[in-house]
Design a protein around this ligand. Structure first.
Ligand code: NAP
Length: 256
């Protein structure tokens, strides 16, 4: 164990179950000595997330639906009441209607478009604005994105457009928050079998394409996404902000 995150406190949003990318990140942060706080979206997930937090040795699990301003405010109030200073915040959240991840993109409804943007992109702005004052001595804000932001990936559709927006948010937030010593970065992960991923029609075809074409000839392991998150949240990443770092076995460099 290298203890890269010793004496750091991290807030991690987006653990739904043990397959969540945020779960792998939380475990890696605990391994590296961080104090980790988790959030869950609704009462439905409360028990699962509390159990996962206890299992991995994380601290509190707190409610936070990122589309509800009063829940975000209550989360920050609770953290302030506990005198919490944050060093890292991980935003590992996305949502789009299942029908928009299956039919042609041109059929996307206004409601479906706005929903994907609100949950998957604007929520990073909400989270940044709310947590920046708690990163009293600077910190690292991380989010998760996917190649569908810059290339057309069949069925990724409205989520690809939301990820493009998310990546632009990363750059604008990095510019705004840099003077406060807050770094903002995204990790672009290769396809990983999670609950959200299963919402994309023919997701298994994405999983099959990567080992066939990626330089490393294999799929992405959530643990290697988590280790990159450790790097970005640690002092080793101190010069990196506004970036999208690909952890995808090299898939994105290939033309054919
Ligand atoms: P996941 O386990 O399903 O995580 C998605 C999380 O978003 C869940 O915890 C979900 O909570 C949460 N969420 C959705 N709406 C929310 C809201 N309004 N407020 C708060 N939380 C909300 O799937 P994942 O694959 O780990 O996804 C994490 C991130 O990685 C996403 O941004 C995803 O796009 C990105 N990513 C995934 C892949 C992949 O192939 N899996 C690849 C690249 C990037 P509930 O379950 O309670 O709704």
């Amino acid at each position: 164990m290298s203890h890269l995150l010793e004496r750091k406190t991290a807030l991690i949003l987006g653990v739904a179950n043990k397959w969540s990318i945020a779960h792998a990140i939380a475990r890696a942060f605990v391994r590296e000595g961080a104090r980790v706080l988790l959030t869950y979206q609704s009462e439905r997930q409360k028990l699962t997330v509390e159990e996962l937090a206890a299992e991995m040795g994380a601290g509190k699990a707190l409610p936070c639906d990122v589309t509800r301003d009063q829940e975000v405010a209550a989360l920050i109030e609770q953290l302030n009441a506990d005198n919490t200073t944050l060093d890292a915040v991980v935003h590992s959240i996305a949502f789009a209607g299942r029908e928009d991840l299956a039919r042609p993109f041109v059929e996307t409804s206004r409601e479906g478009y706005l929903l994907a943007q609100e949950v998957s992109a604007y929520s990073l702005v909400t989270v940044a604005r709310a947590t920046a004052p708690l990163m009293r001595t600077g910190g690292a804000l991380l989010t998760l994105t996917y190649l569908g932001s810059v290339r057309v990936v069949p069925n990724y559709n409205v989520m690809g457009v939301a990820k493009a927006s998310l990546e632009a948010c990363v750059r604008y937030l990095a510019s705004d928050l840099g003077p406060l010593k807050i770094r903002v970065n995204a990790i672009s992960a290769g396809p990983i079998k999670t609950a959200s991923a299963r919402g994309v029609k023919d997701f298994s075809k994405m999983l099959e394409a990567v080992p066939a074409h990626a330089p490393l000839r294999r799929n992405t392991d959530p643990a290697e996404v988590a280790d990159t998150a450790v790097f970005l949240a640690s002092d080793l990443g101190r010069g990196v902000t506004g970036n999208v770092i690909y952890v995808d076995a090299g898939f994105q460099i290939m033309g054919l």
